[in-house]
Design a protein. Structure first.
Length: 464
């Protein structure tokens, strides 16, 4: 259209320009033909110019289209920062960043937790330390390493030290089980295998501390369904090298649980958990059982090193329940120490029972596939702007550890604790905690005879 208009305009201009000459004098036929030939040449010349301009316009249009495409690609590359997709990479933030391939087979996700504590002892017979510290300060990474493999690496910088926590590689290709190798918690004890982010009290109970173990190097098989769990493995010692005997302890651990309410088709989220575990330990040196009521200070009861030990068997029984906003949890432990060289065998035991009530109506989450409790999510997260006050939970616990066996000549002391607490879950990932524990020990206490302090604990906790 532009080209035709330009040609007509040009021809019209030439005719107008030639009109005065034609009007003033009579032209011969030869002169008219010459004039028309000249006009035809000029029109042809204009046609070539218009063709060149059309080609230039096409090139400019193509360049604009290329720039638009480049801009669209640039926006697409920026979009994943807000949870989008770019090529074969996905990025999300819930709440920690996660980078993964489009098919989900490879991923990288950093995570961490911080537990900032303040502990005060109202001393009795022994001077216990009162202070503040980072009970836990962990950083880690986890993700997928192919179609059927997952990895996790977590390092703890709490208490001004550096320690391995979970450092594992897991095979997940089986339908109802994972095979995990590396530094991990043995499958023994419900409270011990519940994350410290989700336990009810600031410190795990004294019998849990006395009879279970933290992470060790081993091979573990973890199976489970909607309402059952079964796991077991073989373990060495923790990641630190031994200092003395080159051999290390070998242990075999197994734990199983079932949610009876889930098996009956319960749909209201209520839980009735029963579980049991066994830990068979083959020590290469002395065995010690000990317990403390708080994260700081020495153990109040302790057997000291028990020598000439052939093997140790520790049994556990678990019972837990959730009914609406009310939850209960308890465990019983019994340790049988078999000794050689004519030494008497020894027996020790302990138990705890604890209950919680959410004043704001939440219910403690439970995972039947692991037999453990998980993250509390407030109905109304704390916000002064929006009027939310988070979730409030009140707690009570009683616990006992008896490390006395007079027949075996071991008097490690007996400990009874009564604790009260309150948890304020501001959001899914932030919690403030306060506990007070009244301690009662006997004449065989490790610190001092009948040492009965009162312990006050505060914690600010956040994780991502």
């Amino acid at each position: 259209m532009f080209r035709k208009t330009l040609l007509l305009s040009s021809a019209l201009a030439l005719m107008v320009a030639a009109s005065p000459a034609m009007a003033t004098e009579k032209m011969s036929m030869e002169a008219i033909q010459a004039q028309l030939a000249q006009l035809a040449a000029q029109v042809e010349n204009l046609s070539e110019i218009v063709a060149e301009q059309s080609e230039t316009i096409k090139q400019q249009d193509a360049e604009l289209e290329r720039q638009k495409q480049a801009s669209a690609e640039a926006i697409a590359n920026i979009a994943p920062a807000a949870g989008g997709v770019s090529g074969d990479v996905k990025i999300s933030m819930k709440p920690m960043p996660k980078i993964e391939s489009a098919d989900g087979q490879y991923s990288f996700q950093p995570f961490g937790r911080v537990h900032l504590d303040a502990t005060h002892f109202d001393d009795d017979a022994f001077d216990h330390p009162s202070n503040g510290n980072f009970r836990r300060a962990r950083l880690g990474m986890k993700g997928n390493l192919g179609e059927d493999f997952k990895y996790k690496t977590e390092i703890d910088f709490g208490e001004e030290a550096v320690n391995f926590k979970e450092v594992t590689l897991a095979y997940t290709g089986l339908e109802n089980a994972d095979i995990k190798i590396g530094h991990q918690k043995p499958s023994f004890g419900m409270e011990q295998n519940t994350s410290s982010n989700y336990i009810m009290f600031i410190e795990r109970s004294a019998p849990t501390n006395a009879f279970t173990r933290d992470e060790e190097i081993g091979l573990n098989i973890l199976g489970g369904g909607d309402n059952w769990s079964l796991s077991g493995g073989i373990f060495n010692q923790d990641a630190r090298p031994t200092g003395g005997d080159p051999d290390e302890d070998i242990t075999f651990d197994v734990r199983g649980s079932v949610n009876l309410m889930g098996l009956t088709g319960n749909e209201n989220g209520n839980v009735l958990h029963v579980g049991a575990g066994y830990s068979h330990r083959k020590p290469e040196g002395a065995v010690t059982f000990a317990a403390a009521p708080a994260g700081e200070g020495p153990s109040l009861v302790s057997t000291g090193g028990i020598g000439a030990t052939e093997h140790v068997g520790v049994y556990s029984a678990e019972l837990a329940a959730v009914v609406g906003p009310v939850s209960f949890q308890g465990e019983y432990f019994k340790a049988d120490v078999s000794r050689d060289n004519g030494n008497m065998d020894a027996d020790f035991d302990g138990y705890y029972a604890q209950a919680g009530w959410f004043l704001t109506g939440e219910s403690r989450p439970y995972k039947g596939g692991t037999g453990n409790f998980s993250r509390v999510k407030p109905k109304d997260p704390f916000s002064l702007k929006n009027g939310g006050w988070g979730a409030w939970e009140v707690l009570a616990r009683y616990e006992n550890v008896d490390l006395n066996d007079a027949g075996a000549g071991i008097l490690g002391g007996e400990l009874d604790n009564t604790s009260l607490g309150v948890n304020w879950h501001l959001t899914d990932y932030i919690r403030l905690m306060a506990n007070v524990t009244d301690v009662d020990t006997d004449a065989n206490a490790a610190t001092a005879a009948n040492d009965d302090p009162t312990v006050y604990n505060l914690r600010a906790q956040w994780d991502f």
